[in-house]
Design a protein around this ligand. Sequence first.
Ligand code: FAD
Length: 435
Amino acid sequence: MQHQYDVIVVGGGISGLRTARDLGRAGKSVLVLEAQDRLGGRVYYDRFADTDKFVEFGGGWFNTAFQPQMTSEIERYSLKIAVNPKPATAFRWLIGGQISNGVSPVPLEYMAEMERGLYETTHAARRIEFGTAWDKQDLADLDVSWERFVKGLSLAAPVEEFFLNWCSSSEPEDTNALDILTWIAGFESSPWRTYAESMIYHFADGTKSLVDALAADSGADIRLDSPVARIEHGKDGVVVTTRSGATFTGAVGVASVPINVWPDVEFVPPLSPLKREVSAEIHPGRTVKLWTVLDNVSEGFSAWGQGQGCNWLFRFDDVPEGDLYVGFSGGYDLDPTNADAIQDAVRVFDPNAKVIKFDAHDWRANEFAKGTWMIRRPGEGLRYHSAIPAKEGDLIFGGSDTSFGWNGWMEGALETGARAAVEALQALDGPPGKV
Ligand SMILES: Cc1cc2nc3c(=O)[nH]c(=O)nc-3n(C[C@H](O)[C@H](O)[C@H](O)COP(=O)(O)OP(=O)(O)OC[C@H]3O[C@@H](n4cnc5c(N)ncnc54)[C@H](O)[C@@H]3O)c2cc1C
């Protein structure tokens, strides 16, 4: 059968573009079909409110010391990186309904409990072989909610509350402890590196600089505004149909769309039962990444705690209107368009705070994401981990959501994009070394 393309990649996020780049460099013809009117998917560098300042509404931070795929792309394209321009200096911790200041999140009399909690967490993280499927490891006791894991440590109440607030995009009861522990494992079993040092480095010219570099280097035929409705695949290759009815043929297909939107695509033949089950559960990642200019707060204000709509908030930079802060709602259902709700969320940490401007992208309402970064539900780890990235016939699955280690990170998007390209080359040319 004569195909229009060697490979059709569905989804123009970092993962799909990495696949397209690797295949283009290997001399293959590639079509990328992207549903939205822009590339990048869950990375989205755009104007803050009506100002001249650009911010990351989706993924933005990385750490080159632990994330080799990011490092390699930064070097390859000489991308400029930067550190947070105006870091937080004045901490406000909300624990047990009380606000405290200073560097320690809990009063000093709880430090031994804090130490024990960190030891137990680090110890559990060290059991994980990073990058290997959880169901291939002896981890069944950790395939529980973060809430159950933390409560099982029987920590003193303030310390327990501090640990429960580690979920930045979902409620502790919906979050698989293996997700959090695996990320800690990826940062050499250091919670500090996972939570503090992972949010310092970013692209000086935004994630757009990476997205544009990958797209330009791929040489692919890239079509925006092309939501795919149907992917039919078999021995003769792949036939991909967009919602507008346009049809494209390729020798191999790669699906690089978020797991939460798999149910919206008609796969022919249907996805395997495990893939259907896990995607139908809809992962609970749903934070609102809030950008806001605040007035009437102390210089370098930074807030942490289970509030009412915002769990983490810290100073990032300044704009002519004042200091610019970034925050996360965790699993809280904060309406990113509701000024009163945002004002209330910030005032939990400082009753005098005044929201001057705010902006956020509603990732749950975005029909081509339906959530933020992937968080696995408790009990899902051992049942689905190997099944998520597995090929279905010759159809290949990329995307950060399919990564065993860096799921939920840009690093995972690059890593799975590279893996998908290797799988596509093998499908096209046979295993390496075959003559
Ligand atoms: C608020 C937020 C903050 C984050 N913070 C960080 C961070 O600081 N650091 C970090 O490393 N990571 C972070 N992440 C995660 C990171 O952004 C993602 O893991 C990564 O960008 C995912 O890339 P991807 O290519 O796998 O998927 P996506 O970026 O989701 O790309 C998939 C693409 O498929 C397209 N698509 C969907 N359906 C269809 C269809 N039917 N037809 C055609 N195209 C379709 C989508 O439009 C999208 O462009 C964050 C994510 C969010 C949302």
